[in-house]
Design a protein around this ligand. Structure first.
Ligand code: CUO
Length: 680
């Protein structure tokens, strides 16, 4: 019997046809003759008989009227797919609509099998994932991690020949994990390499991919128009930049420089050493000191001048300073105190919600595209895009952070125009935080950890059985926050506890002014507390964080912990979006990095969002929102650091009201590597 879970089998071995056995049960789809791509039709019966004989589990496909795939097929199966290219975005939107339009999941299964072997495999994965996440009848399915099926986007390309050799020669029980070195993209001569552990972290890149799956730019309004999606685009990326700059300080580097002059050479190069399995080509490197050039790539339908970027950005800055934008009809839309940021987010990202794509253009996406094609702007060498062109790989390139710092600066310019939070707004009458500490003597301990993941489901046309790779990532010792709170009100009160961390000093070792430090705060957690009258002690564990998901979730596969009948998935109520738990705490330094841990309890009456949370995904709400629900905090994202401090406040200490407190903590890094706990 077929179940919705069978849909997930279509992710596996993306380039092997649908009639080849899939999953641990070696399930085979009964592919009708007319579904076979033309090249397999002459040998169709022999093929389906051959693979059908290898299994007891055959899945019938419902007969449906197949819609035309039309220009979706313009993207060849061996090209690379990019969400940043308008043409690709457009055809992805069309494919999503086809999948969304299928009446039942059985119809969808049939359609997806038909499309899978015709459409570009990466485009298929993206559009199919978006559809599964958003359809009523499939949205409880637990999408497996992209790293399982496209390991080429995450792992040193050298590993794959070794993996094939291992799979061919070594019996499954005797295979040992193949080790990916921690530093494989550059030597120490390149100082940016100190950040490779962060930029190339598989979990961080998976988070970024998944975030963009949840918040697509194109498609119908019901998919795109999520609550505060423009604001979340700003906030999630702002937090990535804050985290990156924090890590830079840990590595004795200054903040990343925003790329605000589009005519300047980019001094940092990047050589990704990834091969795209779909395109059978390497992701091209970006050598140092190249400049953006006008793009004339007819095949990609890209014809943009560097000057266009300038024009769009000037118009956006003007709008910010005038306080309003104009829509396509010339009507004025004010960038209001609370909703302005959401509109601006959609304008800068150029989602279909942008009120005027003609005037404000496609600034953010085209920054990705200019840098992704910097090596071949007129397509004379027939080269495809670099890692900046793909949301699954973009965070690897140092330029990602330079570009997004510039993008963030646009949002900060807007934030700087907003009224500042007064002392009265920030206070919570009767509530005083009397103590904040971390149970490990205010020391956060970090180190390296090795983990193993199985890549075999993403390696096409090879011998069967698991092949593990072992990679090394940052890790921290779990810890607990202990927060003491006095409630002098006559009864119980509710509050939102907001926890942030920032470096205590700037890159020159000087004490901060808060107007600069405020953008350095990384959110660690946010949760609701009930405060009884009198003294309260709040204990909260680091792994409960509202920004992260556990390691097993970042790397989830098709089989682990999954109910077999596909009907009761509520208990697996994560949807896969979230910052990786292992990167919650920045690396720190061997001597101990001084930091400030900020805790605030705000009045829940002003924060709360009334909604029914039944069946909600237990995602990392702070960076990802909550699937199908309103953003779970009424305050502006990043509150209370999203605006300039009130007049007269220069430092964090001066900013504090009784419902806030700061503790000095230290992040201490030990250069030791912990062996893997368990393979995934
Ligand atoms: Cu997520 Cu530029 O938006 O990468």
């Amino acid at each position: 019997m077929s179940t919705p879970n069978n849909l997930l089998l279509l992710f596996e071995h993306p380039q092997e046809p649908a009639y080849v056995p899939k999953g641990s049960k070696k399930t085979v789809f009964n592919v009708p003759y007319n579904y076979l791509p033309d090249k397999y039709k002459p040998i169709g019966v022999a093929l389906t008989d051959r693979f059908g004989a290898q299994t007891n589990e055959k899945i019938p496909l419902k007969k449906i009227a197949i819609p035309e795939l039309g220009e979706i097929l313009d993207l060849a199966r061996d090209e690379n797919f990019s969400l940043f290219l308008p043409k690709h975005r457009d055809i992805a939107g069309q494919l999503i609509e086809i999948f969304m339009g299928m009446r039942t999941w059985e119809d969808l299964l049939s359609m997806a099998v038909y499309a899978r072997d015709r459409v570009n495999p990466y485009l298929f994965n993206y559009a199919f994932s978006v559809a599964l996440l958003h359809r009523e009848d499939t949205k409880k399915l637990d999408l497996p991690s992209l790293a399982r099926f496209f390991p080429d986007k995450f792992c040193d390309s050298k590993i794959f020949v070794r993996a094939r050799e291992e799979a061919k020669l070594v019996p499954e029980g005797l295979r040992t994990p193949l080790v990916i070195p921690k530093d494989f993209t550059a030597s120490e001569l390149e100082e940016e390499q100190r950040l490779a552990y962060f930029r190339e972290d598989i979990g961080a890149n998976l988070h970024h991919w998944h975030w963009h799956l949840v918040y697509p730019l194109n498609g119908s309004k019901e998919i795109v128009a999520k609550n505060r999606r423009g604001e979340l685009f700003y906030y999630m990326h702002q937090q990535i930049i804050a985290r990156y700059n924090f890590e830079r300080f840990c590595n004795k580097l200054k903040r990343t420089e925003r790329f605000n002059d589009f005519t300047q050479p980019i001094k940092e190069g990047y050589f990704p050493k990834l091969d795209s399995a779909v395109a059978s080509r390497a992701y091209p490197p970006r050598v140092a000191n190249q400049k953006f050039q006008d793009l004339r790539r007819t095949a990609d339908q890209i014809n943009v001048d560097v000057e266009d970027l300038k024009r769009w950005s000037d118009r956006i800055f003007n709008a910010i300073h005038e306080g309003f934008v104009k829509n396509e009809k010339g009507q004025i839309i004010f960038l209001t105190e609370n909703e302005g940021i959401d509109i601006l987010g959609n304008i800068v990202e150029s989602s279909v919600l942008s009120p005027n794509r003609t005037v404000y253009g496609d600034l953010h996406n085209m920054g990705h595209v200019f840098s992704a094609f910097i090596h071949d702007p007129d397509h004379r060498y027939l080269e495809t895009f670099g890692v900046m062109g793909d949301v699954a790989t973009a965070m690897r390139d140092p330029f990602f952070y330079r570009w997004h710092s510039y993008i963030d600066d646009i949002f900060q310019q807007h934030k700087n125009t907003l009224p500042r939070y007064s002392e009265d707004t920030l206070k919570y009458p009767g509530i005083t935080i009397t103590g904040v500490e971390i149970d490990t003597s205010n020391i956060l301990n970090t180190f390296w950890q090795q983990s193993d993941i199985d890549l075999s489901r993403g390696m096409d046309f090879q011998e069967e059985g698991s092949v593990f790779v072992r990679f090394t990532h940052l890790q921290h010792q779990p810890f607990t926050y202990n927060i003491s709170v006095k409630n002098d009100n006559p009864g119980t009160k509710m509050g939102t506890c907001r926890i942030f961390l920032a470096p205590k000093f700037d890159e020159r070792g000087r004490a901060w002014v808060l107007r600069e430090q405020r953008v350095m705060f990384i959110e660690l957690d946010k949760f609701i507390v009930t405060l009884k009258q009198g003294v309260n002690t709040i204990q909260r564990k680091s792994d409960q964080s509202s920004v992260t998901i556990p390691f097993e979730r970042s790397f989830r596969d098709l089989d682990t912990n999954r109910p077999s009948d596909g009907t009761d998935l509520n208990q697996f109520n994560f949807c896969g979006c979230g910052w990786p738990q292992h990167l919650l705490i920045p690396k720190g330094t061997p001597e101990g990095m001084p930091c400030e841990l900020f805790v605030m309890i705000s009045n829940y009456d002003d924060d709360k969002v009334e909604q029914n949370m039944d069946g909600a995904c237990n995602d990392a709400g702070s960076y990802c929102g909550i699937k199908d629900k309103l953003y779970p905090d009424r305050r502006s994202m990043g509150y209370p650091f999203d605006r300039l401090p009130r007049e007269g406040v220069k430092t964090l200490r001066e900013f504090l009201t009784p419902n806030m407190r700061v503790a000095d903590v230290t992040i201490r890094f030990k250069d030791r590597t912990i062996a893997p706990k368990q393979a995934f």
